[in-house]
Design a protein around this ligand. Structure first.
Ligand code: 17E
Ligand code: FE2
Length: 429
């Protein structure tokens, strides 16, 4: 009889998103076999019991320099974006290298332990010392065993409205940021907003980087910078490499304009990132009743064929006081706020925190459960993506490049009924 094929690690009985139940054979950090009834042996064999194995969750938009600073030096009383920026500007004065490294690393552990093994973080570069950036450049290397981290050079207080903003942005790229950021709606004037985008696009071309701008994060229906991003993307042939984050003003655009805009977003192959946790709290703050949700048009953009992803944005910072870095929370909110509760829409919500984000991060070649790809995946305590979203199911095993990096004991609730044997309560039908 032929010797059994040897693997480093085997996961048996995982259910893929397609519904197929298979075994995963992993060797040298990659999927070597993805098939039912795999004949093989390994140093460690884990039986997943028919649970969902998904490509890792992705956090495509967060702010790890500000993570875990809620209440420092004070909480956000108005709940607005602008008060958040003002509080952060104060907290920024007190940043130290170790402070940023410690909080960012803790935040990454929170995200990764709940299944997010790829993270894109914005880093505020409106700081003459670039303290946060220098810290996060080190963190990016130190956490490589757990997550792939992308850094966006993010000019929180403006490229043109902050002293030497453009120079600091360029210096951040020279130091090794992966992505160019911008914040046109925060610049002093409309013209400065347009010009700031041109500067960001010039830098993206000069340094051959992706671009991801905070764009139109306001309830002002006159904030129309995403059309400028589409035009610049097309003019420079950067289709697929550019992302507009937040775009909450799109919620308030009239439908005639929104429809015209969609055509240009599609031609530009622009990615859109919605951030439900922050924006459901930050937006609508100047309304009485009815209050706008201020969420970009996730469902309609998807139906139009535009790539949309979902980010968490903040975990306990001046903009959002809650959160644990669980990307399923963000997806769950997107489902509700975006009216994506239809039977076939729920798996599309899973895409928002997996495949669609992989397109944003430009990592589709190395992302997914298939022979030859890096063995990155997460087994959730649920049989399907639909159930995992419904139950906000915990991640039982997170695997990065073929290594189990987090393992969780599922908790059990027992019910004690009169005259009956105790039994566990299971949230499955
Ligand atoms: N900065 C910003 O401009 N917008 C946000 N939502 C956060 C930081 C969290
Ligand atoms: Fe953001």
């Amino acid at each position: 009889m032929a010797a059994l094929e040897r693997y480093d690690l085997i996961f048996r009985n995982v259910r893929l998103r397609s519904g197929e139940t298979v075994d995963l054979g992993i060797r040298e950090g990659r999927f070597a076999a993805v098939q039912a009834g795999l004949a093989g042996e390994a140093g460690r064999v884990i039986d997943a019991g028919g649970r969902l194995a998904s490509p890792p969750l992705i956090e495509p938009h967060c702010h790890l320099d500000a993570v875990l600073t809620e209440g420092q030096p004070r909480s956000n009383a108005s709940g607005t974006l602008l008060e958040g920026i003002a509080i952060w500007a104060e907290r920024k004065q007190a940043l130290t290298h170790d402070d940023v490294k410690q909080r960012a690393t803790e935040g990454i552990l929170w995200y990764a332990s709940q299944g997010a093994l790829h993270i894109r973080t914005h880093v505020d570069v409106c700081d003459p010392n670039l303290t946060a950036l220098k810290a996060l450049l080190e963190v990016r290397e130190e956490v490589r065993d757990l997550v792939d981290l992308q850094l966006v050079a993010f000019p929180q207080e403006g490229i043109l409205s902050y002293p030497r903003g453009a120079e600091l942005l360029e210096e951040a790229l020279r130091l090794g940021c992966d992505v160019v950021g911008a914040i046109p709606h925060y610049e002093t004037t409309r013209d400065m907003g347009v010009e700031s985008l041109r500067i960001a696009f010039d830098l993206a071309e000069k340094y051959d980087r992706l671009l991801d701008a905070h764009c139109d994060e306001t309830d002002d229906d006159q904030s129309r910078f995403v059309e400028v991003m589409a035009a610049e993307t097309i003019a420079r042939g950067l289709q697929g490499r550019v992302t507009a984050s937040h775009t909450t003003a799109m919620h308030s655009y009239n439908n005639a304009y929104a429809f015209k805009l969609f055509g240009w977003l599609k031609r530009a192959d622009l990615n859109i990132i919605a951030n439900p946790p922050d924006n459901i709290i930050l937006q609508g703050r100047f309304d009485t009743y009815p209050k706008r949700r201020g969420m970009t048009r996730i469902k309609e953009l998807l139906e139009f064929g535009i790539n949309v992803a979902v980010g968490h944005d903040s975990v306990m910072d001046p903009w959002y006081p809650l959160g644990t870095g669980n990307m399923l929370h963000a997806a769950f909110l997107a489902l509700h706020i975006g009216h994506m509760s239809g039977y076939d829409e729920i798996p599309r919500v899973w895409d928002l925190v997996t495949d669609n984000s992989a397109r944003v991060l430009n990592i589709t070649d190395s992302y997914g459960i298939a022979p030859g790809k890096p063995a990155d995946f997460v087994v959730f305590d649920a049989p399907t993506d639909r159930d995992a979203l419904r139950m906000l199911a915990p991640a039982l095993w997170c695997v990065k490049r073929g290594r189990v990096v987090f393992e969780r004991e599922p908790s059990t609730v027992r019910v004690y009924r009169e005259g009956q044997e105790p039994r566990p309560v299971v949230y499955l039908r």
